[in-house]
Design a protein around this ligand. Structure first.
Ligand SMILES: *Cc1c(COP(=O)(O)O)cnc(C)c1O
Length: 368
């Protein structure tokens, strides 16, 4: 029964609940398994830097006082790292918070937002909520980015172009050459938002830093980063945006809630940036395990997308939701993809060596 006097806007009715999957505890209780490999949410199996444990002996004062609403220390640190001004950095309660802030600030009814597809659902949801329209640029047959279609979408001058690079859920990426083509083709009226949630995993020759490439482009741009993935702080909720200029950034600051990032998250992010060794360890062990998993899955006959991320996108050749349910019975959490055209795919996070073996073992019962 729908409530006839519900005050909810029809745009909100069009949005599906966030598919966050099950918690470890829910899986243990529901499926009666002791060992659970949680490979559905791209969390870091190593967790945060070990220095975190010693950081908050005096949590009392930290908890009692409001956090710095500007997060000055962290913004200054990030600005220095990226070679931008302090007023070009905005903090979010996770980068997902900033996706909402940007959409609230920019998207008007009937505006178009172009994005890569299959997409990160939140990129679409907040646009829908604001009454905007989505234009999807679907990956090619070989699961790489369709540059021709992307450039055609850009030529139609969308209000916003927002996509992740590397691309969640696929793992593939825009090379420096291709990102340059995108930037060159942009209309001045299009805001480009590059979500670099997995940049730390992807960094290297074949992968561009969007901030570096956009800096002198004259475009309006935002690059989003997060501490949830390679830095292992998903539970603390902190991410940030680097913005083309201080004026634009100031508006995003007005559109967010004033205390959107808490003190513990701000301090932990600073500590995370100081522990380069832990980041390197996380990235390297993920790369090694990703290669091992990829080889094993291909040997089993599965088709997988190229990935620079801490996950693999796997064509299971059958309804992924059913397979994911069966894997839960073996204590493995993966993410079955539900978007049209990709219902046979699962996205599997690269976990610890043991978790990955647990997944491969469970999958053996469902051969290709
Ligand atoms: C994980 C992820 C995020 C990050 O979310 P947080 O809110 O920072 O935890 C953002 N964008 C993409 C594409 C992601 O995969």
């Amino acid at each position: 029964m729908t409530n006839p006097s519900s005050p909810i806007r029809h745009e909100l009715r069009a949005i599906a609940p966030y598919n966050a999957g099950l918690t470890l505890e829910e899986v243990r209780t529901k499926y009666h398994v002791d060992q659970v490999a949680k490979l559905g949410s791209n969390e870091n199996p190593l967790g945060p830097s070990p220095t975190l444990r010693g950081l908050f002996p005096d949590i009392g004062e930290l908890a009692r006082l409001y956090p710095d609403p500007q997060g000055r220390a962290l913004c200054a640190r990030l600005a220095a790292d990226f070679g931008v001004l302090r007023n070009q950095v905005v903090l979010g309660n996770g980068s997902e918070d900033l996706i909402a802030v940007i959409c609230r600030s920019v998207v008007r009814p009937d505006d178009t937002m172009a994005t890569l597809y299959p997409s990160f659902p939140l990129h679409e949801d907040y646009v829908t909520l604001m009454g905007g329209r989505i234009e999807r640029v679907t990956v090619t047959e070989d699961l790489t980015i369709d540059m021709k279609a992307l450039l055609a979408a850009i030529a139609r001058r969308p209000r916003m172009l927002m996509f992740s690079n590397p691309m969640n859920p696929v793992g593939t990426w825009l090379t420096p050459d291709n990102l340059l083509k995108v930037i060159t083709a942009l209309d001045p009226g299009t805001l480009i938002v590059v979500d670099e949630a997995y940049a730390e995993y992807a960094a290297g020759e074949d992968y561009p830093s969007a901030v570096e490439m956009l800096k002198d482009s004259g475009c309006n741009w935002v690059v989003l980063r997060t501490f949830s993935k390679a830095y292992g702080l998903a539970g603390l909720r902190i991410g940030y945006g680097i913005v083309s200029d201080g004026d634009l950034c100031d508006f995003f600051n007005r559109a967010r809630t004033p205390f959107n990032t808490n003190s513990i998250a701000q301090f932990s992010a600073m500590a995370a940036l100081d522990d380069a060794h832990h980041l390197k360890r996380s990235v390297e062990s993920t790369r090694l395990e990703r290669e091992r998993m990829g080889t094993a899955l291909e040997a089993m006959g599965f088709r997988i997308a190229p990935s620079k991320c801490n996950f693999l996108f796997i064509d299971t050749g059958r309804t992924a939701a059913h397979l994911a349910e069966a894997l839960l019975e073996s204590g493995v959490i993966v993410k079955p993809w539900k978007q049209t055209g990709f219902e046979t795919f699962i996205r599997v996070s690269i976990g610890s060596h043991e978790e990955n073996d647990h997944f491969l073992w469970a999958l053996k019962s469902y051969p290709k």
